[in-house]
Design a protein around this ligand. Structure first.
Ligand code: RIB
Length: 287
């Protein structure tokens, strides 16, 4: 089963700091690095490193060609990535504190120039039963949800970062929502009926991850101990990519949750987002 990810591609500008800067404070940067990122790109890298057949569609500016090259080098099919002349690539301004926690500002750039037409070309390459993975960092999501549903695709949606517009999306068309605990609580409060209509996979940090079906079936998997926490950026994306790759391979929910949790525990022990994602062969449970 193929996975199409219509997703964001960002340039991550990562600043290591002592602590996340407080309102009104000016703080020194201890070190700086530029990484490939974006929830979409990170999740495609995770899918590919988990062994999935992945197609990525989205938009970058001329300054973001290295992002497409990186995805191609991972084995993702990238003909659905448009290079726009008049819009810069999206970027994320990231602070990573000494304890590994992060704070992220995202400027959408070309990710917000994804049109229904661009998405349609990518969707036309998929067949009924294939998986579509989406995050909340691109434009045209309502049209993409509806078109993918008409084509019989299974939609896995990671609604990060949460924005007020999410409530207007036809979330009930999603097969599965992949959320953290805060997102779960916010969506359950804002759109209870849509939320209850979907499978949910909730990551619970150091506790673990839980699947819940609309019928009330639950599957819980405890977190794997992280060897050390260096940078939590992209840990959720790593989980999502490994979870969806396992489902695409035909695994059950428990195995998919376990592979997602094991991969995320490795990712937080390394710097960067996409750069930190392990290969499936590195997972002890898969050796
Ligand atoms: O989930 C981490 C990602 O969020 C970063 O790579 C950044 O680009 C933002 O999209």
């Amino acid at each position: 089963m193929k996975v199409l990810n219509i997703g964001s591609l960002n340039i991550d500008l990562v600043n290591r700091v002592d602590h996340i800067v407080r309102p009104g404070e000016t703080a020194p940067v201890l070190s700086f690095a530029r990484f490939a990122g974006g929830k979409g790109l990170n999740q495609s890298v995770a899918l590919a490193r988990a062994g999935a057949e992945v197609l990525h569609a989205g938009a970058i500016g001329a300054d973001g060609l290295f992002l497409r090259e990186l995805l191609e080098s991972e084995g993702a099919e990238c003909s659905g990535i448009a290079v726009l002349n008049d819009v810069p690539t999206g970027y994320a301004l990231i602070q990573v504190a000494k304890d590994g926690e992060n704070a992220i500002l995202v400027n959408g750039g070309a990710n917000h120039a994804v049109t229904p037409e661009l998405a349609e070309k990518a969707l036309a390459r998929m067949t009924s039963g294939d998986i579509l993975l989406l995050q909340n960092e691109i434009s045209s999501l309502p049209e993409i949800f509806r078109s993918a549903t008409a084509k019989g695709l299974r939609i896995f949606f990671n609604p990060s970062p949460l924005t007020p517009e999410i409530a207007e999306l036809p979330l009930e068309l999603a097969d599965t929502l992949l959320v953290n605990e805060e997102e779960s609580a916010a969506l359950r409060a804002a759109v209870p009926e849509k939320f209850a209509a979907c499978n949910t996979v909730t990551t619970k940090g150091a506790q673990g991850a839980e699947f819940r079906s609309p019928g009330g079936e639950t599957v819980f998997v405890p977190a794997f101990p992280a060897p050390k926490v260096v940078d939590t950026t992209g840990a959720g994306d790593t989980f999502t990519g490994f979870y969806v790759a396992a489902i695409a391979r035909g695994e059950g929910v428990r195995q998919a949750l376990t592979e997602g949790a094991a991969a995320a525990a490795i990712a937080v022990s390394r710097p960067g987002a996409a750069a930190a994602i392990p290969r499936r062969s590195e997972l002890e449970i898969c050796k």
